[in-house]
Design a protein around this ligand. Structure first.
Ligand SMILES: C[S@@+](CC[C@H](N)C(=O)[O-])C[C@H]1O[C@@H](n2cnc3c(N)ncnc32)[C@H](O)[C@@H]1O
Length: 225
């Protein structure tokens, strides 16, 4: 199976799983946080000055972070998610947030249609679930020189090979569904980013035991070529 076909298949599989993991409560705008489980950690300051910025969130889920950012003076925001249920919730709940658009689709395909961006970010979103070998070249065309790419993900455990991984996630009391994620070490991510024209400014490892145990990392990069 070639990469394009496999990427489309993985996106459909992830969409089905994330459609099944939805809070029944309507989403509310939320301050940007980056960790896997609640703990003190970095916040929206990692995006830099967002006033007047063109911003995209890749794998925005029910839109709570982007809706929160809309009140911070961004010029326009684009929330992309592959799950019809989650994106539908975002579009319905935040329909009155004028400066934000909600786009349903695989980030690799949808991001190619974005206007020029100052900032793209992802909170355990498409930067982790889509193949970075497919998504980073698209982002390198859409993020302006000097613009930021900030994302959080879990990194691979010691000894685990780098790359695509199928993993089960619990979607109900007695039900699990497959997801596909892309697991790299911190140095693996830094190398991938560099291969696609991004310089890593910070790779932040949380110190709290839960996030540290899961290998959470937040990457702050900028497009340097
Ligand atoms: C762990 S959830 C995080 C959602 C959101 N960032 C948040 O913090 O609430 C992962 C999200 O990534 C989305 N996703 C997975 N693969 C994707 C892809 N290829 N393109 C766009 N979104 C994707 C899922 O549908 C899901 O909403």
């Amino acid at each position: 199976m070639d990469r394009t076909t496999r990427g489309g298949h993985d996106a459909a599989l992830n969409a089905r799983t994330w459609d099944a993991i939805v809070s029944s409560r309507p989403p509310t705008p939320r301050r940007l946080d980056w960790l896997f489980r609640p703990a003190p950690g970095p916040g929206p300051e990692l995006l830099g000055d967002v006033r007047g910025a063109m911003v995209a969130e890749l794998g925005c889920g029910q839109g709570r972070h982007l809706a929160g950012l809309a009140g911070c003076g961004i010029a326009r925001g684009f929330g992309i998610d592959v799950s019809p249920v989650r994106l539908g919730d975002a579009a319905f709940t935040f329909a009155d947030v004028d400066q934000v658009e909600w786009w349903l689709g695989d980030a690799v395909t949808a991001a190619a249609h974005l206007p020029d961006l100052d900032i793209a970010y992802s909170v355990f979103g498409a930067m982790w679930f889509a193949d970075p070998q497919d998504l980073l070249p698209v982002l390198a065309h859409r993020i302006r020189l000097g613009g930021r790419l900030v994302f959080s993900c879990l990194t691979r455990s010691p000894g685990m090979p780098e790359g695509r991984r199928r993993m089960l996630v619990r979607t109900g009391p007695a039900r699990s569904l497959w997801t596909v994620r892309h697991m790299y070490s911190v140095s693996g991510w830094v190398r991938l980013l560099a291969e696609h024209g991004f310089t890593t400014d910070r790779a932040i490892r949380p110190t709290d035991p839960v996030n540290a145990f899961w290998g959470t990392c937040v990457f702050v990069a900028h497009r340097s070529r």
